[in-house]
Design a protein around this ligand. Sequence first.
Ligand code: MRU
Length: 392
Amino acid sequence: MRKSLQEGTSFLFYDNTGNTMSCERKEFMEPRKNIMEYDTVALRDEEDAVAIIDQTKLPKEIQVILLKTAQEIWEAIYKLKVRGAPAIGVAAAFGIYVLAKKISAEEYRDFRKEFQKQKEYLDSARPTAVNLSWALRRMEQVVQENKDKSVAEIKDLLKAEAIRIQEEDIQVCRSIGEFGLTLLKPGDGILTHCNAGKLAASRYGTATAPIYLGQERGYGFRVFADETRPLLQGARLTAFELAASGVDVTLICDNMSAAVMKNGWVNAVFVGCDRVAANGDTANKIGTSVVAAVAKQYGVPFYVAAPTATIDLATPTGEEIVIEQRAAEEVTDMWYQTPMAPEGVKVYNPAFDVTSRELISGIVTEYGIAKPPYETSLRKMFEEKKKRGGTL
Ligand code: MRU
């Protein structure tokens, strides 16, 4: 039987200093300047810099930082100051442009050699999200295809391409939102994992795009955000941006998804992705595959929001996706006042897992909703992209 959310539930909300407070159904108090008014990533061309919101500081502090050197850009991606597959791609595109601008070589060959070096360095920051190498490859193509132009002209073309990558991301997310919305009805409960929101992309996010469009159109969705151990992207980022947008969001621990689904509170799961293999297997934040298995158990449809930039037809199955491993301290120490695990304990800390395609009800792209068998439906999305002149 469906239980009422109101019955005996208390909620945690952020106050306007970013601290949490426990209260019974209090209104969310907006921070002085709303997070939704900031660009997740922006080019500051006159300052030779990429500006990002430092996401490691959220929600306590909204701090915009400028990245100017290769090491600063690499580190910002590695340390998740900028994170989420599309946002990483945009940051890398602006980043490589900023670095290319500083290359002093005037000869094409020398410029290209230095460009290549910087590109490979940025590409090594994180292995799983394909958007990083995808965006850098697009930038590299600009250099390769304009051999006949002067270095100064190539730099201008690089800037234009990076801006295009960001603008396309906004359009892509909006289209995913429109297609995603067709899978939902007013009043639905939606569960999401990690942050595939505005903070992970340029505006609407991917998994959150149907939620934001629904919000604009008065759908009255109720969203459950998994906190997402160990780096708490769900608690720190998703709950923060959805609440700041006025969406009805409830934060739950990762081990509560079965409970909320069993209560009948969830009509659909929407998650983002870091790399979708050609057969539909999908890598996303660690814990996603658990949610998918639980959703199957309770008959809840499980959707992946995937820009075609995150679909990697060159990777045949999930088996071939490289999963980033991260530091043990993220599990043992981070967020705790004192370390909460015995010193020296063995830790396994993969940043992502692969959800098997059998558990995925549909993959929502900017060209439509791919359904099983994904080998054929995903290819069709790329055929459509080619037909419409999209950059492959
Ligand atoms: O480690 P993160 O925070 O970069 O992981 C992010 C995710 O897993 C997102 O769900 C994914 O990148 C999609 S973002 C639209």
